[in-house]
Design a protein around this ligand. Structure first.
Ligand code: PEP
Ligand code: MN
Length: 364
């Protein structure tokens, strides 16, 4: 059961400048100069709602730069005063929350390594009780939707009404093209479960390299995500953290110009007509599929009855291996992926067994 989340529409969030809701700034605040100059250049784009910078950095190995600490919050406060952009940073414990709020930070986010730990998320939630601040919850490093939802519920439990999720990808043991696997099905499932929750994509931590930022951002926009968090640094080559994935404010501008924004709610009647008609066709086929499944299960029940009368076990795996093998081959000639056919037929098999069991147990 998902907690009822009282959330404010992202379009009503302070600082909203249109889709994509843009959060940008360096991975880490390093020096006052670096923070101020990055912020000035980003502010000049006129599209960034929130200036981000990591103050406390969760680093994989010790002896890496672990963040400048509270000193950097003074620089961020200056950014807010001088550029008008809102400011945001990562918090990983209650001390971070108190420090950030003391300096007027408008947006806090919970990092991927923190979302995995319900104790810490609860500690942060307790520190946020009664505070009016934007809070974004990054996905946990492992692809576990329940942990992600659980963390969002804990934050909602503090009474926060501007909550969003950040999709930053999932770590894997194997080396892959991207630093973190996007597993797009997880944010899509999150949207299904909590439709009103804004989802921000963080292409920087998914990509791990500048070259992939555009394609990931485009995909996020095509999936109708609400915003993007993209790391930007005036001198990426010399950044103290995440150097390969940061881009200059100028390159960010270029990326944004190339983004194609498709219409999530077309209102042109002609477009709607064509789409409406195609959707009706889809609905008809979906009804067919359901009718077919119903008929198929009726046959399974007859088989169940026959097995019962003749004292034969329900599960006959050789027969099922053969059905799936045949369906996969046939599906491939129709352009249907083996993965999908395998998934669907396994589900049908399970349902078939359930129906036969009911017959055996005289429940039907
Ligand atoms: C970050 O945003 O700089 C960061 C550390 O992110 P994540 O929690 O996604 O690793
Ligand atoms: Mn980073």
């Amino acid at each position: 059961m998902v907690l009822k989340i009282e959330n404010t529409q992202i379009t009503d969030w302070k600082g909203y400048k249109g889709r994509p809701f843009l959060i940008s700034g360096p991975c880490s605040a390093e020096t006052e100069e670096q923070v101020m100059e990055t912020a000035r250049q980003l502010a000049a784009l006129n599209q960034v709602s929130v200036f981000r910078a990591g103050i406390w950095k969760p680093r994989t190995r010790p002896n890496s730069f672990e963040g400048i600490g509270s000193e950097g919050l003074k620089w961020m406060r200056r950014v807010k005063q001088e550029t008008g952009m809102l400011i945001g940073t990562e918090v990983a414990n209650e001390k971070h929350v108190y420090e950030a709020l003391k300096y007027g930070v408008d947006m806090l986010w919970i990092g991927a390594r923190t979302t995995v730990n319900p104790f810490t998320v609860q500690e942060i939630s307790d520190a946020l009780q009664g505070v009016d601040v934007m809070v974004l919850v990054k996905n946990p490093v492992n692809p576990d939707i329940e942990l992600w939802v659980g963390a969002i519920e804990r934050i909602a439990g503090a009474g926060i009404t501007r909550i969003g999720a950040i999709h930053r990808g999932f770590s894997t043991y194997e080396k892959t093209l991207y630093r973190n696997q996007p597993n797009w099905q997880l944010p899509i499932e999150l949207r299904r479960r909590i439709p009103d929750l804004p989802i921000i994509c963080d292409p920087s931590h998914i990509a791990g390299a500048r070259a992939y930022l555009h394609e990931i951002s485009q995909k996020a926009m095509d999936l109708n995500f609400d915003g993007l968090m993209i790391e930007s640094h005036i001198d990426p080559a010399n950044a103290l953290s995440d150097s390969a994935q940061q881009l200059t404010p100028n390159d960010l501008k270029e990326l944004l110009t190339r983004l194609i924004m498709r219409n999530p709610n077309p209102d042109d009647p002609k477009l709607l007509d064509v789409l409406g008609e195609l959707r009706q066709q889809i609905d008809i086929y979906d009804d067919h599929l359901l009718d077919l499944l119903e008929k198929r299960m009726k046959i399974a029940e007859k088989i169940g009855m026959y097995k019962k009368e003749n004292n034969i076990t329900i599960l006959q795996s050789l027969r099922w291996d053969e059905i799936i093998r045949r369906a996969v081959i046939r599906g491939q000639t129709k352009g249907l992926s083996a993965e999908m056919i395998d998934g669907i037929f396994k589900a049908i098999h399970q349902e078939s067994i359930n129906h036969q069991m009911r017959v055996m147990n005289n429940e039907r």
